[in-house]
Design a binder for this molecule. Structure first.
Ligand code: HEM
Length: 445
């Protein structure tokens, strides 16, 4: 059923702006601002946002909600069939290259596929799909990726053994080593200048159009990435990218590096659940099998798939989505119910609202990896941690491979997490600040 969009009253618009959209923007869409994410957890901002949208959905019978922000008209959808329409009809007439995203991502990836015109997308999207081997559960270079994960685990283990502790900051340092190796090859593994450079540009990107561009910095970033792409090391995504077209690669790789950052948040939150729930940890250990010389390999076919560990990662990103909102702009006048929305209307899918919708999902606030294994979640257009349709994340399988192996290996350590009692039981908190997570080895003071 197509519902006609309704104009919100001024107080309703203020509630959506103040309690739903502003907290998401304030946390940093491109790189998180630690003080704000800590504040968001204290105030459980996603719970408040869900209450506002649930109330408005009820009052307006599920009609898309239209609000004005200056000259910008935004439509917030609240029903999965509207999500489906927006995602299936992308990139035309609903382009992912929205005004806000172009303003933000152009700081460090002006040629990224996500903000490309439909004409440019025509060759950039297949490039991404092919280099990342989107359709394959395990990338051809998967064994090398898992080797990089293993080196990271050795470092984390060393740290845990010497201090008994692990926090988000020390995890991030090792994580970047893994990411650089997977994306650019082992020689890049220690290139923290590149991470710094990307970080500076991402902080600018948080301010979108409000912050002036720094072309010199961006050229530095491109030159650094370009140096690894010139003679790519085998077993890296750079090598796969080189094979698919070196000229396109340099414009796409910044997004890959940036997108891997989200995966560290997802892994940390999944690890926090594992550290709080012995039954989840036991299943992970059972799946990984007894420790041996290469317990992770299936004979001659690269790394194991680890379906349960993958499902735990997916459950983490469902419960605490890292893409706060999936955005679209209309590229022409759009009929919707009995209205026609003008060209340039912005559409917003608030991920955490759909992912935790108690009216649709029995397991809305529970940790249920099984729902990813039995197909329940795949059938639901409201569950879009990696988006859906022709613009869906092409890195999904690569990132699930890397994170599932990391999670399964870290589960071998018996960890505890501070404030773990909130994660030990359902319902789970609506907002969890991954930057505030602190782990210790069980039994240590
Ligand atoms: C946990 C980690 C990740 C999550 C949750 C995630 C999720 C998403 C989402 C929601 C989109 C937006 C699609 C849309 O607007 O409809 C997207 C796009 C994209 N992602 Fe990911 N992603 C992750 C990691 C990665 C990684 C590691 C890579 C590459 C190695 C990657 C490559 C891409 C690309 C290239 C796009 C743009 C697709 C297009 O415009 O056609 N992602 N991702």
């Amino acid at each position: 059923m197509t519902r006609t969009p309704v104009d919100l009253t001024a107080p309703e618009s203020a509630r959506v702006m103040g309690r739903v959209l502003a907290p998401l923007v304030a946390q940093g869409a491109i790189v998180r601002r630690p003080r704000v994410t800590a504040w968001a957890e204290r105030h459980q901002t996603d719970r408040a946002a869900r209450a506002v949208l649930t109330g408005l959905r009820e009052r307006h019978g599920g009609a898309p909600l239209v609000l004005r922000f200056g000259t910008r008209r935004l439509v917030v959808v609240t029903e999965p069939d509207d999500v489906r329409r927006l995602l299936e009809e992308s990139p035309e007439p609903f382009t992912p290259a929205t005004k806000e995203k172009r303003g933000a991502l152009a700081h460090f990836q002006p040629e990224g596929v996500l903000i490309s015109s439909t004409a440019e997308r025509w060759h950039r999207r297949p490039f991404n799909e092919t280099a990342l081997q989107m359709g394959q559960a395990v990338h051809d270079e998967g064994a090398a990726f898992v080797d990089a994960v293993q080196r990271g685990v050795v470092e984390l283990t060393r740290q845990l053994d010497s201090t008994g502790r692990l926090d988000a900051e020390s995890f991030a340092d090792v994580w970047w080593g893994i990411v650089l190796e997977v994306v650019l090859g082992p020689k890049a593994g220690r290139d923290r200048d590149l991470v710094e450079l990307l970080g500076a540009l991402r902080r600018d990107a948080n301010w979108s159009w409000l912050r002036p561009r720094r072309p010199a910095l961006r050229e530095d970033l491109e030159a650094r990435i370009g140096s690894y792409l010139l003679a790519p090391e085998p077993g890296s995504l750079a090598a796969a990218a080189h094979d698919c077209g070196p000229a396109t690669a340099v414009g796409q790789v910044p997004h890959w590096l940036f997108a891997f950052d989200a995966a560290s948040a997802v892994t940390l939150r999944a690890l926090a659940v594992v550290a709080s729930r012995p039954e989840v940890r036991e299943r992970l250990l059972a799946e990984a099998g007894p420790a041996g010389p290469s317990p992770w390999q299936t004979a001659g076919r690269g790394p194991a798939l680890l379906p349960y560990a993958r499902a735990c990662v997916l459950e983490s990103v469902r419960l605490w989505p890292t893409t706060f909102a999936v955005l679209r702009d209309s590229t022409g006048p759009t009929p919707w119910g009995e209205r026609a929305l003008p060209t340039g209307t912005g559409f917003v899918i608030v991920s955490s609202f759909f992912h935790r919708d108690r009216e649709r999902l029995e397991h809305a606030d529970a940790f249920v990896p099984e729902a990813w294994l039995d197909g329940r979640n795949d059938a639901d257009w409201g569950l879009v941690p990696f988006s859906g349709g022709p613009v869906a994340c092409p890195g999904r399988n690569v990132v699930l491979l890397v994170t599932s192996h990391l999670l399964a290996r870290l589960a071998a350590r018996d960890l505890r997490v501070e404030r773990g009692r909130y994660l030990a039981r359902d319902p789970l908190p609506a907002t969890v600040d991954h930057l505030g997570l602190r782990f210790r080895i069980a039994g240590s003071a």
